[in-house]
Write a protein that binds this ligand. Sequence first.
Ligand SMILES: Nc1ncnc2c1ncn2[C@@H]1O[C@H](COP(=O)(O)OP(=O)(O)OP(=O)(O)O)[C@@H](O)[C@H]1O
Length: 314
Amino acid sequence: MSEAMQVNQAAGLQNLFTSPAPSPREERDIYHQAASLRRVSQKRRTTRTIAVAGGKGGVGKTTVAVNLAMSMAMAGKDVMLLDADMGVANIDVHLGLSPTRHIGHLLEGHCTLQDLILTAQNGLKVVPGGSGVRRLAKMGNGEHAAVIRAFDELIQPPELLIVDTSAGVADNVAMFAAAADDVVIVVCDELASLTDAYALIKILAHDFGVRRFRVVANMVRQASDAKKLYEKLARVCGRFLDVALDYMGMVPHDEWLRQAIRRQGAVVDLWPSSRAALGFKQLAGAVDTWGEPAYPDLGRIAFFSGQSVPAAGW
Ligand SMILES: Nc1ncnc2c1ncn2[C@@H]1O[C@H](COP(=O)(O)OP(=O)(O)OP(=O)(O)O)[C@@H](O)[C@H]1O
């Protein structure tokens, strides 16, 4: 909590003991304020936001985000998937959706976030990121923050929001990841994947204060390879960074995934007993074992934070 907020809170507490008893009208105002604060905290408690990142392109971030979200939707959860790979977004193609509007329309004030939501199989809600629009690929920090804040206005916040971030370590990836409750890092068995994942973790830790990461090993042959990959990354991070890395699970290399993309569906839905689908189901099961997220303090931008004050520097 910032110093200014601590002073405000202390002053508020002092007032409680020194002010005269409130009038009936003041009592009503206090009641309304308390009710709206409760709504904010309920909102914060009911939506868990998970960002899927990885640093390197092509490691399977979108594949993991789509199938993790779909697995959870198939398990009866209320899940929303945000395609934050702005400008080259393709979750709509993965899921056979045809959006007519994208985040650009939201930012220009032509529609609300609610208007953008599409529904895929099993009730999975999708917010398309827009593709082939140069302006989206060049969005600034203010615009990314505006997208994140738009989630505060949703009438019915989902139980889970999965955010597919873009490749690289640019500010947009970091902002979406840092605004989430949990960050999933997807790696595959390539040196560049490990070095880029490390670079992203370092930036998120140093510049955005993210301390915990969950690692998914994708396109591996077997569980022992996945564990080795995780251990390599955990060893380097443990040596140089003050972060906690948890092994979340693995997805084997599976040709059914490419078939699923050709059929414009999620492999967990089309071929639920394929090896990849079983891996994704285990990832979804892992989320159920995570404790309550450490809810964001008031000093930073966060999805569903119930506040609209940008953090300093953003
Ligand atoms: N476990 C897997 N087995 C086989 N193919 C996979 C697997 N995971 C992903 N792929 C394939 O790898 C390619 C890249 O995957 P994907 O688009 O999900 O990566 P990405 O990290 O989101 O890429 P980008 O950063 O470019 O958006 C796709 O063709 C996808 O079908």
